[in-house]
Design a binder for this molecule. Structure first.
Ligand code: NAD
Ligand code: ZN
Length: 364
């Protein structure tokens, strides 16, 4: 068990042996309400499903449309109608979408109620479950509304990852890879060695490896979010790969899973870093070859996009201004830097790098 420090309240991350054990372990000093991913609910063991109180259970689709400001109103109303109030407890079961929705609801309902999180995707277990953030879409603006409000407990269950589709596992691994690249060469090499042959493992045999890297990911992220919970300085480096990754998600209409878009975004950042002389072309090429299994064939989806659309998507990013582009670039393992590029550098480095990558399918 680990305890994460937060300005709001400290919280624990606990490992439980099964979904039954985790759901039995949620706090029961009040009658908890449950907000559960509909797909996860369908996959639950029938006995576990039957243990959920139907009068305090709300199911939600895990989609970008569902975690939007307007579509959340009926979810608020449903929970209020089922009696959730200031002294209540909301238990959220699902991946990053349910986490974002549940965190937002818990943070604003009655100005903040207790909530506990059972993350069911690798991305949510390894990355998003710690860090306090909620991000909600509004109309066409992705993740533009949000709060900082961590859960009061995180309950991890390896077994949820057994039913996760392989591309969702790869999506989570995208964030795992990002955290190890940020941590330095040793962590990245250990991860790559562990992932050798991973695709051939059965869904049960993968679990211990994934559980180990969930913990290793938290080892990297925890000290950063504890020192800079509110994204004022060093936490911004955790956005490595995200400026370009978000643009790739946007221009493909979310046709690329988030963490896989982050892998492509890290390759874009590395290639731009090479053009600026921060790393060598050989280093950028070597990384592209090693990360290939973790994104292909999704780069193909970018083959037909217009550069103007990609630039427009980059310009919508909240970190960018008309004068240029702010992104995280790299000088090598563990040496990421927040960099503001001028409009001239966008034309001389960013556009040629993106164009080359897209036309070579990211060096595949
Ligand atoms: N708040 C944060 O810090 C933060 C960080 C990163 C990403 N996010 C957000 O998280 C979202 C992505 O989250 P995600 O990648 O966890 O995916 P998700 O919640 O969209 O789930 C992906 C798919 O897997 C299904 N699923 C979930 N658990 C399953 C299980 N155990 N077995 C089988 N299927 C399962 C879901 O129903 C869905 O179809 C994005 O909206 C992103 O913006 C938030
Ligand atoms: Zn991310």
């Amino acid at each position: 068990m680990r305890t994460i420090k937060s300005r709001s309240h400290d919280y624990t991350v606990e490992e439980h042996a099964s979904s039954a054990a985790a759901l039995a372990a949620v706090t029961r000093d009040v009658h908890p309400h449950f907000l559960v991913d509909r797909a996860v609910h369908d996959l639950l063991d029938p006995a576990v499903r039957a243990s959920l109180p139907t009068d305090r259970l709300v199911l939600m689709e895990a989609s970008e449309a569902a975690k939007s400001y307007g579509p959340l109103e009926p979810v608020f109303l449903d929970l209020l109608g089922r009696g959730l109030r200031r002294n209540g407890l909301l238990v959220v079961v699902g991946g990053g979408v349910l986490q974002d929705a549940g965190c937002f609801i818990a943070s604003v309902l009655a100005r903040g109620i207790r909530w506990e999180l059972v993350p069911t995707t690798l991305l949510a277990q390894a990355d998003s479950c710690i860090g306090s953030k909620s991000s909600i879409n509004i109309g066409p603006y992705k993740n533009q509304i949000g709060t900082f409000y961590p859960p009061h407990r995180v309950l991890l269950v390896q077994d949820f990852l057994r039913t996760l589709p392989f591309d969702e596992i790869r999506s989570g691994l995208g964030e795992v890879i990002k955290l190890q690249l940020l941590s330095g060469e040793q962590g990245f090499e250990e991860l790559m060695a562990d992932l050798e042959g991973f695709a051939t493992l059965g869904s049960v045999d993968r679990l211990p490896l994934l559980a180990r890297w969930v913990q290793r990911s938290m080892d990297v992220k925890q000290p950063v979010i504890e020192r800079d919970e509110f994204d004022r300085g060093e936490r911004l480096l955790l956005n490595y790969g995200h400026t370009f990754g978000h643009a790739f998600e946007s221009v493909t209409d979310f046709g690329i899973p988030h963490g896989i878009a982050v892998v492509l975004g890290m390759l874009a950042a590395t290639s731009i870093s090479a053009r600026l002389g921060m790393v060598t072309e050989d280093q950028a090429g070597a990384l592209a070859r090693r990360l290939r299994p973790w994104h292909e064939p999704y780069a193909e989806r970018l083959a037909d996009i217009e550069m103007a659309d990609l630039l427009a998507a980059l310009a919508r990013d909240k970190k960018n201004t008309a004068a240029g582009l702010t992104c995280i670039l790299t000088r090598g393992f563990g040496r990421m830097e927040r960099t503001s590029l001028s409009q001239e550098q966008v034309y001389s480095c960013v556009i040629p790098a993106l164009s080359d990558l897209i036309h070579s399918e990211f060096g595949v």
